[in-house]
Design a protein around this ligand. Structure first.
Ligand code: GRF
Length: 202
């Protein structure tokens, strides 16, 4: 498995994925986006894959209702494109046991808060920033972590802080964190690819 071959899994608009693809295309990241998998047939991520000429696969519970088969098809698809690192970018589903076993220590995710705070089931999108503001936090941030069988519980690889301003709304905070996410995902991927951040089982 070539770690430079990135396989994306994304459910939504795919702005983090796009930032990483742009960095690859512009030579800022020494990696190749080889496939995009989405559980949402109407996702922005699949549209972006098409515009970028990257194979896109709609693999979700609607078209593959048997969870084990879906897991197997995801593994087969990642293998078919010789994916070496699975990059979750707004993927809303848990990763199946077969995919986890095949890509142990090779699946990473980005979360828009400082885990272990503000993670877990239901902590996605605006809900995260809403909870950060409700808790009166003065700083939040971005976490990049390994993926395990639960939501947001895998080992933390890198974190970066973002300050919370008094005048912040959910929207303004979401926007500022997302801006940092794009830069930080690329930076952290660069460190993984160069070996500065060591993944287990590499
Ligand atoms: C990001 O905030 C990411 O941290 C979280 O889901 C969101 C995805 O946004 N996991 P996008 O689809 O990359 O625009």
């Amino acid at each position: 498995m070539k770690i430079q071959n990135l396989g994306f899994m994304a459910s939504g608009r795919g702005s983090n994925m796009q930032a990483i693809i742009d960095a690859c295309n512009e030579g800022r990241l020494n990696a190749h986006p080889v496939v995009v998998i989405s559980n949402n047939g109407n996702s922005g991520a699949l549209d972006r894959a098409e515009s970028e000429g990257i194979p896109g696969h709609y693999l979700g519970s609607k078209n593959f209702p048997d969870a084990d088969k879906l897991d197997q098809i995801i593994v087969d698809t990642l293998r078919k494109y010789d994916v070496g690192l699975v990059v979750l970018a707004g993927y809303m589903k848990k990763i199946g046991a077969k995919t986890l076993a095949t890509y142990q220590g090779r699946i990473i995710n980005i979360h828009p808060a400082l885990l272990p705070k503000f993670g877990g089931e239901g902590m996605y999108g605006k809900h995260v920033h809403e909870a950060v503001l409700a808790a009166g936090e003065t700083e939040t941030g971005v976490t990049i972590h390994l993926v395990d069988a639960q939501y947001d519980t895998g080992s933390i690889l890198a974190q970066c802080k973002v300050s919370v301003e008094k005048r912040d709304t959910i929207e303004s905070l979401a926007e500022r964190v997302l801006f940092v996410e794009h830069r930080f995902y690329i930076e952290t991927l660069g460190k993984i690819l160069s070996g500065e951040i060591v993944l287990p089982h590499q």
